[in-house]
Write a protein that binds this ligand. Structure first.
Ligand code: DOR
Ligand code: ZN
Length: 346
């Protein structure tokens, strides 16, 4: 097969930032995806419908001429989120979903939730209205080893939460472990996960290959090889509750290459082609459309996109250094590496 035409895909997990950075990175996503779930971890975080509406307007205003890309907005949950306000924002078509960041788990999560049980009234209401909860699944604090934070979160926080709210739609974001795969596979039809390109490609050794590689550092951090294989196998399997979410998270070169480098991998420039390369390597091209274009909307209860895109078998090298409008530079995931598939320009 030398050409693949599929329903236009969506990115169910994306960091666009704001201002000049957003304007610089948005075209990469808008070119490949019809819609994206836009994460709310700005400073200050997007905690109200009014803030989300303003952010959405700024994204729409920054779109390249002729683009019909649709940003799907999320609410950043805090200890003070009011069920009525959240439900109203959902009913008004502003919030597609809400994001749970455990306080201090990752970039701009200081205002996140300190104890998930405090959210029970919010979660109860979300379950009633069918609003998905998107979860950054890591415990915080120094007592748990960084490589165990996802597994411990699943056991001590997520499993009891799902038991308390059995009909709540839950997306465990950017999964990195065999335990997360098992959680989804053994969970109900209302439990799903997104998978990033990097967590199918790198393991924790890659972060230290020949020296420290800050551009391969993200959270949750890549795990052992057996976990990478479990995540990769699940993603290409055709299982309807695993779907595409890039977690593309741009940070400037200076913020990454620093004594205390930020977590986040900027994979937007070649995201779709990077995923397709993996599906091809795994001999699973027939499952690519489901993962990229069908499973996500079905889980969210949204229509599948109408248009199609075509990818062609073609060897090309991903651009490594990306300029932004503020003069800062970004490093792209897979930059300088060859991919075997390329998006055919519409
Ligand atoms: O690596 C990450 N970067 N993980 C997150 O959860 C947040 C993201 C960011 O916003 O930079
Ligand atoms: Zn993220």
């Amino acid at each position: 097969m030398d050409q693949l035409t599929i329903t236009r895909p969506d990115d169910w997990h994306l960091h666009l930032r704001d201002g000049a950075m957003m304007e610089s990175v948005l075209p990469y996503t808008a070119k490949q995806f019809a819609r994206a779930i836009v994460m709310p971890n700005l400073t200050p975080p997007v905690t109200t419908a009014e803030m989300a509406k303003g952010y959405r307007d700024r994204i729409l205003a920054a779109l390249p001429e002729g683009s019909d890309f649709q940003p799907l907005m999320t609410c950043y949950l805090t200890d003070d989120t009011a069920p009525d306000d959240l439900a109203q924002g959902h009913a008004d078509g502003i919030f597609t979903a809400a994001k749970l960041y455990p306080a201090n788990a990752t970039t701009n999560s200081a205002a996140g939730v300190t104890d998930v049980r405090k959210l029970d009234p919010v979660l109860k209401r979300m379950a009633e209205i069918g609003m998905p909860l998107l979860v950054h699944g890591e415990v915080t604090g120094p007592k748990v080893d960084i490589f165990d934070r996802e597994a411990v979160f699943i056991e001590t926080v997520l499993t009891p939460m799902v038991e308390r709210h059995p009909s709540l739609k839950v997306v465990l974001e950017h999964i990195t472990t065999g335990q997360a795969v098992e959680f989804v596979e053994t969970g109900g039809h209302n439990v799903a996960a997104t998978v990033t390109p990097q967590h199918m490609i790198i393991n924790r050794n890659d972060i230290f290959k020949g020296g420290i590689r800050p551009h391969l550092y993200c959270l949750p951090v890549a795990k052992r090889e057996r976990h990478r294989l479990a995540v990769r196998t699940a993603a290409v399997s055709g299982h309807p509750r695993f779907f595409l979410g890039t977690d593309s998270a741009p940070h400037t070169l200076g913020a990454k290459e620093s004594a205390c480098g930020c977590a986040g991998i900027f994979n937007a420039p070649a995201a779709l082609e990077t995923y397709l390369n993996v599906f091809d390597q795994e001999d699973a091209l027939e499952n690519f459309e489901g993962f990229a274009s069908l499973h996500g909307p079905r889980f969210y209860g949204l229509p599948v996109n109408e248009g199609k895109i075509t990818l062609r078998r073609e060897s090309w090298m991903v651009e490594e250094d990306i300029d932004t409008k503020s003069g800062d530079k970004l490093k792209a995931f897979m930059g300088g590496e060859e991919l075997g598939w390329r998006l055919v320009d519409a």
